[in-house]
Design a protein around this ligand. Structure first.
Ligand SMILES: C[S@@+](CC[C@H](N)C(=O)[O-])C[C@H]1O[C@@H](n2cnc3c(N)ncnc32)[C@H](O)[C@@H]1O
Length: 318
């Protein structure tokens, strides 16, 4: 143990015991096993995708102890659900140095979640195709969408779109700048044996899409809005922090009578309190009200000092 500054076997065992009942009772195949400070391992996150470990080092001390961590994960693996032989993928993301992919190989697999299936690509890039912190919100999307006209802005690989269609959406419009992500979304629809004809893919800037639909007077029953914190597009740069109120107003203008919209934002720059204040102000003069912040899934365990400012802020507006 001389070279290992962290007691990984004990910390990983604790992390698993904290999640075990939740994961096994709900048959969750992909979950966060270690969430940094919340698990007493500041600077380390480990996601588990049905037998494959995806580790991100945010601190040098963990990276330096990679061999010890690898051993401890191999020892833990037989206790976890998933394939017989573990796979390991490693990333570095030290402050100010950007993301570094340390892998030579990658794998593609299917993750099942609440009766849905998603293609994930592990080791290829930092983006696996499935945001694990949105698991319960995808479930919510399924419940909200029966017989509804749904819009999914910044849709990525279509987590909310698949859930909405599976929940019986009449039609779903998915908007993203990336053609590759929209192709991935289409593969996710196929995986779930969902009809492509109720799904409309729009490869374009979400702001431009909003403008054109407002000009046409289009209305949706449910809107999902999950923007990145910063985006560059032909239409100009946008920072969610600065442009959040405008974005919320544009979306609320697209809602039909009795419509709802789901909003989420992944940033620690905007406190939860400020996030809710911005929404309240943006919705002033409309009949829409912001619900409480939706909780993060249990596996995204936070340290007590992080509870007031969870990284993912999400709420339902209706
Ligand atoms: C946070 S991800 C959305 C995740 C998705 N809601 C989910 O739960 O899987 C942000 C997405 O926004 C897309 N994006 C970034 N800027 C955009 C823009 N200006 N217009 C449309 N899409 C954009 C990115 O390609 C990326 O897929």
């Amino acid at each position: 143990m001389k070279n290992i500054p962290w007691d990984y076997p004990a910390a990983l065992n604790d992390a698993w015991l904290y999640r075990k009942a939740h994961v096994l009772s709900r048959k969750i195949e992909a979950f966060r096993l270690v969430n940094g400070r919340g698990d007493g391992l500041d600077g380390l996150t480990i996601d588990y995708y049905a037998g494959s470990f995806l580790t991100t080092f945010r601190q040098e001390s963990h990276f330096a102890a990679q061999a010890g961590l690898h051993r401890a994960l191999k020892e833990l693996h037989p206790k976890l659900p998933g394939n017989a032989l573990p796979n390991f993928y490693w990333f570095k993301n030290f402050s100010g140095q950007g993301f570094e992919n340390l892998n030579r190989n990658f794998e593609v697999k299917t993750i099942r979640e609440h009766g849905l299936r998603f293609e994930v690509r592990l080791g290829e890039s930092r983006h696996t195709g499935l945001f694990l912190d949105q698991r319960e919100n995808r479930h919510l999307a399924k419940k909200l969408s029966r017989d509804k006209k749904v819009l999914n802005l910044f849709c990525y690989t279509g987590g909310f779109s698949v859930a909405a269609l599976k929940g019986g959406a009449k039609e779903i419009h998915s908007v993203d700048l990336s053609k590759n992500y929209l192709k991935w979304l289409a593969r996710n629809l196929d995986l779930n044996e969902l009809p492509q004809e109720r799904s409309y893919l729009h490869s374009m800037d979400a702001i431009a899409y909003l403008k054109s639909r407002r000009a046409e007077g289009r209305r949706f029953d449910v809107v999902f809005l999950d923007p990145p914190t910063f985006s560059r597009s032909k239409g100009g740069n946008f920072s969610t922090e600065k442009n959040l109120a405008g974005l919320v107003q544009s979306c609320s203008g697209l809602l039909g009578e009795g419509g709802k919209f789901f909003l989420s934002l992944n940033t620690r720059k905007l406190s939860a309190e400020r996030f809710l204040d911005v929404l309240k102000l943006a919705l002033k003069g409309t009949s829409l009200k912001t619900g409480k912040l939706l909780p993060l899934p249990l596996d995204f365990r936070l340290a007590p000092e992080e509870l007031k400012n969870p990284p993912l802020k999400a709420c339902l507006i209706s």
